[in-house]
Design a protein around this ligand. Structure first.
Ligand code: SF4
Ligand code: SF4
Length: 417
């Protein structure tokens, strides 16, 4: 690596050094409490998968360039230069961490390994060493935001084709659009993922609840966040903020995508609308008596996987359980409880990397498989697309024999007319 590149990367590093990050980088007591907190290490016990070890790779670079005695630290093996080899280590650390933040709840100092890994990811982006596909997908989302007119017609036609399937699930009043789009003054903007599975059940439930809603032109997923590029994360988020403001909605509802929800909820700043997850909305509809569900629709024991970005990292814990209490009398929670729930093993962009990470995802998630099996459930439900894909992969790979369901699909299928 030449000096110019190194200097540019160090500038990126410096841009991340706020007060909290500095504390994380300077505090670790090497107590080792986080060792057993990480699903990767618990499933594949190797030192490189210890949370504190991952952080140490970033910390050594920090000590080398941002601490006064950097060179001295180097002779003690405590600091390390930013080299091509260091980039390889950063890649291994960052893309074997799902950003689940389970280690944070165990660490006595609350050291946020996911935040430290965000430095690793940013350096990889700066060095053009990140997984290319994630950047390509992020760029595609940004381009779509910049040239709405180009794809608008195709999008609207695609939506029209889905409307019959929405009506099949919930017979709407004559004259009402089954999937309203671009409706100025609607109360709620729903931001889905690409694909009918994220639109049809949601639309049926909105219509059954009599919601005044409109579908976003944009998909919720934020590949900028997965690849750890703050600029792209903001640009992808901005498309939805701008649309919500243009349509003057009071609420933005994010579909079953944990990262999209967390980014929208925690990074959209002060806005004239509130941000909700679709699970919160379904719980609200049930509380207000706006929808009713048939408890006999699903047979067998049901368990729920708390997506890390929804539960531990955004506090959506009671709502899915409230919804499930209207879907079944045979719900069994996983152990340990939601704040300490094991990650599914697919976050942080790993599921988006598909086959490339499949082997690692399967091997690094055996604790999750055991946790699910211990419930004895025949239906495994969740409220995140990433988790659903990973859990389905685990189900196939380990022949678990469970029925993996989206919580919103269960709600839509159990709607009572
Ligand atoms: S954030 Fe999750 S995957 Fe990453 S080190 Fe911590 S426990 Fe492991
Ligand atoms: S639990 Fe916290 S302080 Fe202890 S080794 Fe892990 S990161 Fe360091």
């Amino acid at each position: 690596m030449d000096q110019k590149t190194r200097n540019e990367l160090l500038k990126l590093f410096e841009s991340k050094l706020n007060q909290a990050m500095t504390l994380y980088l300077e505090t670790c007591s090497r107590c080792g409490v986080c060792t057993k907190a990480c699903h990767v290490h618990e499933s594949m016990p190797h030192v490189k998968y210890i949370a504190a070890y991952r952080a140490e790779i970033v910390r050594r670079i920090y000590k080398r360039y941002f601490k006064k005695q950097g060179k001295l630290w180097s002779t003690l093996g405590e600091s390390k230069g930013l080299t091509d080899m260091a980039l390889e280590e950063l890649y291994e650390a960052a893309y074997s961490c799902t950003g689940c933040r389970r280690c944070v709840v165990y660490c006595p100092f609350g050291i946020d390994t996911q935040m430290i890994m965000s430095i690793a990811k940013l350096l990889l982006v700066g060095a053009n060493s990140e997984p290319e596909i994630l950047t390509l997908l992020a760029d595609t989302s940004i381009t779509k935001g910049e040239s709405l007119e180009v794809f608008k017609e195709g999008f609207l036609q695609g939506i029209k084709n889905l409307e019959a399937q929405v009506v099949e699930k919930w017979q709407i009043e004559a004259g009402v659009d089954a999937i309203p789009v671009d409706k100025e003054g609607a109360d709620l903007l729903y931001v889905a993922l690409a694909g009918a599975h994220s639109i049809i059940p949601a639309a049926a439930i909105f219509n059954a609840a009599g919601e005044d809603w409109t579908l976003s032109f944009f998909e919720a997923v934020n590949f900028g966040a997965f690849v750890g590029d703050p600029t792209k994360t903001k640009l992808i988020l901005k498309r939805i903020i701008d649309e919500a403001r243009r349509l003057k909605v009071k609420e933005v509802c994010i579909c079953e995508c944990g990262t999209a929800f967390r980014v929208m909820k925690q990074q959209s700043g002060d806005q004239p609308f509130k941000v909700s997850s679709i699970t919160e909305l379904h719980a609200r509809y049930l509380k207000e008596g706006r929808i009713k569900l048939d408890k006999s629709r699903f047979k067998g024991t049901v368990t729920y996987h708390d997506p890390c970005q929804m539960a531990r990292n955004a506090g959506i814990i009671d709502e899915p359980r409230y919804v499930l209490s209207h879907l079944t009398d045979d719900f069994r929670d996983m152990t340990p409880d939601p704040r300490y729930n094991w990650c599914c093993g697919g976050g942080g962009g790993l599921v988006a990397l598909g086959e490339d990470t499949l082997d690692f995802r399967m091997k690094s998630s055996t604790v999750k498989v055991d946790q699910i099996k211990e419930t004895g459930a025949s239906i495994l439900t969740t409220a995140c697309e990433n988790c659903h894909t990973q859990l389905s992969n685990l189900n196939d790979h380990y022949k678990m024999g469970v029925d993996v369901q989206f919580l919103s699909s269960m709600v839509a299928d159990a709607l009572v007319h």
